[in-house]
Ligand binder design. Sequence first.
Ligand code: TIU
Length: 223
Amino acid sequence: MPRNLTIPAKPGPLTIDLDATALVIIDMQRDFLEPGGFGESLGNDVSRLAAAVPPCRALLAAARAAGLLVVHTREGHAPDLSDAPPAKVARGAPSARIGEPGPMGRILIRGEAGHDIVPDLAPAPGEIVIDKPGKGAFYATDLGAVLAGRGIASLIVCGVTTEVCVHTTVREANDRGYRCLVVSDACGSYIPAFHEAGLAMIVAQGGIFGWVAPSAAVVPLVA
Ligand code: TIU
């Protein structure tokens, strides 16, 4: 028996089967949310992302209570930078580029403190953590195989940043046939106008990339 529920969303209600739905939390890492990491090295005010943490936490608690598949992603690179394209490494001030030392260890490098997910959203034992070198969570990862193996058809997506890694992942997922519900207040951007535009792009044209709803509309239904 499917565990169907219908979420009020834009551009219209979305019905999902909880047994075929995963919560995907994108890149809620210290490198993006805390001073001294990759986000700040690019010239951003990282405090703008803090508001997304409590809604992500509420979603995570609801997903765990409902027995959903939970997937955390982390953007980062191998210590030898072998998976970091030179065009990506060359961005930002030379002393604060990917791989350079910072207060949370080498910037955007796997295994360093800055690469960790923020403590409030730490993965629980058994939850899937996908390490990705790019913006999208499907590119150069086994996320597609993981979801296919679990019979997942719908994704509830949150995290940072709205118009960069969340958007790229939703676009990749949409092309692969997943229904994506993006939780608006559980996403965040360094650039508020881009957050709003990113969400608007998802639901435009009849939901060209997916659906959008606030956590208040999702959490009570899932839990
Ligand atoms: N710079 C920016 O907005 N985002 C990223 O570089 N990565 C993610 O969004 N995770």
